[in-house]
Design a protein around this ligand. Structure first.
Ligand code: ADP
Ligand code: MG
Length: 434
């Protein structure tokens, strides 16, 4: 049987690239998006991270580029520099020596040099919205002929306040525009933008089987009275990961933790917003060439970045916004591999943990004692008992109605009836449990 991508009748150079990438079967979101994009439809693609959204648009877009027209034909926007660069690298892998021209525009780089180089326009533009919009406003980058606009990680675009720039760029593009929006979630606040530019968008939604990829094991590790940095060091040493990302909530904390681990002789890289563009670029390169066993990162790095071979994700702190738990742990178990997520928690995190459980995460409770992982009883055991009691209460209340006409002493009678029911229920429960 041939490669399943053959069904799309891509040009030979695309098919060769697919072979080289080692893809044999399109992912669910690719199966949905590629035919729509081939037909020129605007579409919204929603699926979990790690499900192959990037190639769901790159392959059909690159397949469409008219090599003879030296004008911008597609604009791809992404919310972070790393992500833009990553998409750019994927483009280069596919276009290879084909002579299709692409360029990456991100903040923190020499703008004048970019403008000078724009005497010839690239056929594909990828970058962060702010910088692309700058170049468009300057009249250096000409997008009025570009018929395709991609908004990747749209929910994060919104969070980071980039939708305005995307809007401005879209405004300079042709009236008839194929817009492709990708996101793990489609927040309500994004809808005005979608409505403004997309008349009849196709909507492809791949429902996650579980909220978080199936093959991630979520472990909870209580801090207890231990020093958190020591505990982290101990946990990492005993896990001996292929590649672990440790997430903190702030840049300051990320530096503290990274410095601590370095002082312990660990090979540690770091990604957060305080690095200069050059430092970040170097870091990503080092990470890709596996110079580190550990990376300490803030949530900026949690989104979209595809670092190969992340075997473990450690939450040194639980993120303030719980969706980020999903994004962080989504860094591991990419493309069918399995992964382990360890979250260090404190009693004050109880609410957040309950919330995550409601979102569909199933945790395993473990402790680390002298370098050994030990199963713990469910931290909710006591609470579960309380919940069972509450359920019985509810049931009794629903069975014993207040009479329409009340006689003296009805309250006492009701209570008696309820107590009888509760006794019976508890008996039933006990019998079922034993
Ligand atoms: P998303 O944007 O949905 O978070 P990515 O586009 O970053 O996901 O893809 C995640 C990983 O899956 C990447 O390493 C990518 O190369 C790989 N991948 C994409 N499509 C396929 C496919 N059809 N078969 C195998 N691996 C794939
Ligand atoms: Mg993506």
């Amino acid at each position: 049987m041939g490669n399943q991508f053959e069904q799309y009748d891509f040009q030979p150079f695309i098919n060769n690239a697919i072979e080289k990438l080692g893809f044999f079967e399109p992912t669910e979101i690719q199966k949905k998006m590629i035919p729509m994009i081939n037909k020129g439809e605007s579409a919204i693609g929603q699926s979990q991270t790690g499900t192959g959204k990037t190639h769901s648009y790159l392959l059909p877009i690159l397949n469409k580029i008219d090599r003879d027209a030296q004008v911008v034909q597609a604009v791809i926007t992404a919310p972070t520099r790393e992500l833009a660069q990553q998409i750019y690298q994927e483009i280069l892998k596919i276009t290879g020596e084909e002579g299709i021209t692409s360029r990456c525009y991100i903040g923190g780089t020499d703008k004048q040099r970019m403008i000078d180089k724009l005497k010839t326009q690239p056929q594909i533009v990828v970058g962060t919205p702010g910088r692309i919009n700058d170049l468009v406003k300057e009249g250096a980058l000409l997008v009025h002929k570009a018929g395709i606009l991609v908004v990747d990680e749209a929910d994060l675009m919104l969070d980071m306040g980039f939708i305005y720039d995307v809007d401005q760029i879209a405004g300079r593009m042709p009236e008839r525009l194929q817009i492709l929006v990708f996101s793990a979630t489609i927040p309500e606040k994004l809808k005005p933008f979608l409505k403004k530019y997309m008349e009849n968008p196709q909507y492809a939604h791949v429902e996650p089987e579980h909220i978080s990829a199936k093959n991630i094991k979520h472990i909870l590790l209580p801090r207890k009275s231990r020093n958190k940095e020591t505990l982290l060091h101990e946990a990492l040493s005993s896990l001996n990961p292929y590649l672990a990302i440790v997430f903190t909530n702030t840049k300051v904390k990320a530096d503290e933790v990274a410095d601590y681990l370095l002082s312990k002789g660990m090979k540690v890289g770091r990604i957060h917003g305080d690095l200069s563009p050059r430092e970040r670029k170097k870091m990503m390169k080092q990470i890709r060439s596996l110079e580190y066993q550990y990376i300490v990162a803030t949530d900026l790095a949690a989104r979209g970045i595809d670092i190969e071979g992340v075997s473990h994700v450690i939450n040194y702190e639980i993120p303030g916004e719980l969706d980020f738990y999903i994004h962080r742990t989504g860094r591991t178990a990419r493309a069918g591999h399995s992964g382990i997520a360890v979250t260090i928690y404190e009693p004050s995190d109880e609410d957040a943990l309950n919330q995550l459980e409601k979102m569909g995460i199933t945790f395993e409770n473990q402790d680390l004692i002298r370098g050994e992982w030990k199963e713990l009883a469910d931290r909710n055991k006591r609470k579960n008992r309380q919940k069972a009691e509450d359920d019985i209460d509810q049931k009794a209340k629903s069975l014993v109605r207040k009479p329409k006409k009340v006689k003296p002493g009805y309250k006492k009678k009701m209570k008696y009836k309820m107590d009888q029911i509760k006794k019976r229920e508890r008996r039933v429960k006990r019998r079922n449990n034993s």
